[in-house]
Design a protein around this ligand. Structure first.
Ligand code: UD1
Length: 421
């Protein structure tokens, strides 16, 4: 799919099932590498990143099989030789999260060769925290022409304090620590639900992890891990995106299998803006009858704070809200790529610096041709198109497909006139 065409401005109505969480399934898939049996991962979303991860696992000796929403991984024969050969470049390049194979392969084989797209170690998305933390577990790193080689004769448990609660670094540390000798204490760990999913899966496999869901994890390394069955929860960001579409265009929808308990701050913001959000047996019911009311301030923060991945989808809603709002991005720099496009659609937004914008709500957005430059920004532009009068074309849809199985199909179920070409 290259472009999405949306005839916007029509209130939403309908129900849709929310896909399984991308950010939860990827570390769980990586964790299967640590096991010596077969794991079954339920509610596995059909996404490019998942297929890339499947390719990577197979390249390392795993046998994988997919049956509808179920993915089976048999990891008895993971081989050092294959890991030494390096992983297929296409799959590594195609997926940023391949970096979590670092912890998993260190845990399983004690070594890993990591290739960098473009050979850049500390690039746009640095991994310095991952590296420093793993060094404490007795991992050595050697810079190579292709990237780096990491190895450990013996992973040793110790105390590690993370300077910021990095999701990826916490995942890598957990994956290495479950197989380390002795006890690892991770302080300042990220608390995102995806970390909880990883800990739950590993615990089912036989890992000894205390403090799941908290900022301090105490992990007692074990000799062996077996396969386990685990169902991935609904994707909180996908559910939040459709919630935003309903808030921006009005209407009422049922988001089946939305992980309501993981969406506390997102729902609190939506409710303050005038949405009716109700947990039902099936998921999340949303009703938006009036024009949204502006929030005074919206600031992103590590979980359980307001998620950075929800910041972009909230911008079209805030653009249409009654009143003014300051938005502060505290996790990533330059996460306001979509502002010029929203301005072109009529939004009144002033950018103060890389981390701050100010919005003055307007009554109507107008359809325009816009360009997705990254995943959540692309989804947010689609939300803007759903609310805007006239036709919006969103180009660059390959980014959106990284995180949304089929955003057009889902939004059509909610009554949106939307087509991907
Ligand atoms: C994960 C999510 C992403 C989400 C983000 C924050 C996945 C696949 N992705 O990304 O959707 O937006 O959490 O909730 O799960 N940092 C460093 N050095 C490091 C690591 C991180 O400086 O070694 C910085 C990053 O640049 C960023 C902040 O720490 O500013 C948080 O990043 P992190 O939590 O690691 O995000 P990801 O795991 O990459």
């Amino acid at each position: 799919m290259e472009s999405i065409y949306i005839h916007g401005g029509i209130a939403l109505q309908g129900q849709v099932r929310v896909q399984g969480s991308k950010n939860a399934v990827l570390p769980v898939m990586a964790a299967t590498l640590l096991t010596e049996g077969t794991s079954t991962i339920g509610n596995c979303p059909r996404l490019k990143d998942v297929y890339h991860m499947q390719t990577l696992l197979e390249s390392l000796g795993c046998v994988t099989a997919r049956d509808k929403e179920m993915l089976k991984v048999h990891a008895a024969n993971v081989s050092t030789l294959r890991a030494r050969d390096g992983m297929p470049e296409d799959a590594v390049r195609g997926m940023r999260s391949s970096i979590i194979l670092l912890g998993a392969l260190l845990g399983r084989l004690g070594e890993v060769r990591v290739e960098y797209p473009g050979g850049c170690v500390i690039g746009e998305r640095p991994i310095d925290i991952h590296i420093e933390a793993l060094k404490k577990l007795n991992v050595h790193f050697e810079e190579k022409s292709y990237g780096f080689y990491a190895y450990s004769e013996e992973l040793r448990g110790t105390e590690v304090s993370l300077p910021v609660p990095s999701v990826g670094a916490t995942e890598n540390l957990i994956l290495a620590a479950v197989r380390a000798k002795g006890t690892t204490v991770i302080r300042g760990a990220a608390r995102e639900p995806e970390i909880t999913a990883l800990c739950e899966f590993l615990s089912l496999c036989g890992a000894d992890i205390a403090g799941t869901g908290s900022a301090t994890l105490i992990i007692q390394g074990v000799e062996r891990l077996m396969g386990a069955d685990y169902a991935i929860a609904g994707d909180r960001i996908v559910a939040g995106t459709y919630l935003c579409a309903c808030m921006a265009a009005g209407g009422e929808v049922l988001l089946k299998e939305a992980p309501v308990l993981q969406m506390r701050e997102t729902l609190a913001a939506a409710i303050r803006m005038g949405a009716v959000c109700q947990e039902t047996e099936e998921g999340l019911y949303v009703q938006m009858e009036e024009r949204p009311k502006a929030l005074k301030r919206l600031a992103t923060a590590p979980y359980p704070g307001f998620p950075t991945d929800m910041q972009s989808p909230f911008l079209p809603v805030l653009s249409l809200a009654e009143g003014e709002c300051d938005v502060e991005e505290n996790i990533f720099e330059n996460r306001f790529h979509i502002v010029p496009y929203l301005q072109d659609m009529g939004a009144d937004i002033t950018q103060t610096d890389a981390r701050h914008i100010h919005l003055r709500g307007i009554e109507e957005l107008t359809g325009r041709r816009v360009l997705a430059k990254e995943l959540r920004g692309g989804a947010a532009l689609t939300v803007a198109g759903v609310a805007a009068k006239g036709v919006t074309v969103v180009d660059g849809c390959k980014f959106i497909e990284r995180g949304y199985e089929n955003i057009c199909r889902d939004l059509r179920e909610l009554g949106v006139r939307i087509y991907g070409v």
